[in-house]
Design a protein around this ligand. Structure first.
Ligand code: RP5
Length: 162
């Protein structure tokens, strides 16, 4: 089976409601992806195997979402040089600020490109993955430019009373 260019991984089934936003964007842009539950603490061996084989399998970008003590994106970045885009999933206890800081504050050496908390961050992760792929793929570049133009065109010039 051919490996798609993008891997969307998440710490739990409960993250999918958020991470689906990244998948939706990739669908809109015609970019293939795979989805996996890979938990840093519940399935550490799965995390290790996914990271160890990412380059050889041909993955070009990994989008990793997790909540709470969200070490999945950073651990994945330590295991592969495939660029990792981190999505902090919103939590009940601390509203996702815990997730954000866990993902954002990587010490020097193993960066994670960290998005905003929650659904907007997941959608932007899809767009960021597309922008990375667009550097080498003219088709993706064209579709991403069109997507961006359509968004700009949808914004009214002036506000209206609602
Ligand atoms: C993290 O713990 C996951 O990324 C998820 O955001 C959070 C809660 O997981 P569940 O208890 O809902 O499975 O590992």
């Amino acid at each position: 089976m051919t490996t798609p260019p993008v891997g969307i991984i998440m710490g739990s089934q409960s993250d999918w409601a958020t991470m689906r936003e990244a998948a939706t964007l990739l669908d809109e842009l015609g970019i293939a992806y795979e989805t996996r539950i890979v938990s840093a603490h519940r399935t550490p061996d799965r995390l290790w195997e996914y990271g160890k084989t990412a380059v050889d399998r041909g993955l070009q970008v990994i989008i990793a979402g997790a909540g709470g003590a969200a070490h999945l994106p950073g651990m994945m970045a330590s295991k592969t040089r495939v660029p990792v885009i981190g999505v902090p999933v919103q939590t009940k206890a601390l509203s996702g600020v815990d997730s954000l800081y866990s993902i954002l504050q990587m010490p020097k050496g193993f960066p994670v490109a960290t998005m905003a908390i929650g659904a907007a961050g997941a959608a932007n992760a899809g767009l960021m993955a597309a922008a990375i792929l667009a550097l080498q793929d003219a088709g993706v570049a064209k579709r991403l430019d069109e997507w961006r133009d359509a968004l700009s065109a949808s914004i009214p010039e002036a506000p209206v009373d609602e």
